[in-house]
Design a protein around this ligand. Sequence first.
Ligand code: GAR
Length: 207
Amino acid sequence: MKNIVILISGRGSNMEAIVRARIAGAQIKAVLANRADAAGLTFAREHGIETRVVDHRHYDSRETFDAALQAQIDQFAPDLVVLAGFMRILSAGFTRHYEGRMLNIHPSLLPAFTGLHTHRRAIEAGCKLAGCTVHFVTAELDHGPIVAQAAVPVLPDDDETSLAARVLAQEHRLYPQVIGWFAADRLVWRDGRVYVHGDVGATGTLA
Ligand code: GAR
């Protein structure tokens, strides 16, 4: 059984999808947030999952916040740390500590549109495809090795809201799938490349 700790900052719909997926071989040990008002904490508590809040505003530097967060996370001895809408930039020391055992989901087809406002920027750029990416976390924001992607069409009348909803539906499908690979020891990051063992087909999908 793999111990999993999920980090959120707000709504927590990806966390909810992961919990609801009841992934074989994965046990969600805790949900941590950097804000006490993160809505997803309520869902986690209602589902009997331990929650913790480490409020970044109580720390005077990124490093001290990350150290406090790491101390909380490590109490649960995680095999995998899952960033699910965790909207904090992480220090190099923190990312190194969890190298190969921390995943993030980002709402774009990386390496395009790192950072914020991905859907608005995809529409403004005239993209015909948008999507989401699950990747291992490294020190450089949104640049870790890509594990899997899902693509959706950008439709002529899309605005940020409609495109975000179409991508989010894919996030909710893709993230539990990737965590399932990790839980089954099928996900390997070696020599800078990511491999998924077994018959999973392509790790990029078009919705
Ligand atoms: C998701 O769309 C996720 O991809 C994005 O925030 C949203 C969180 O929603 N993450 C990032 O932008 C990270 N750079 P959720 O709280 O409902 O899962």
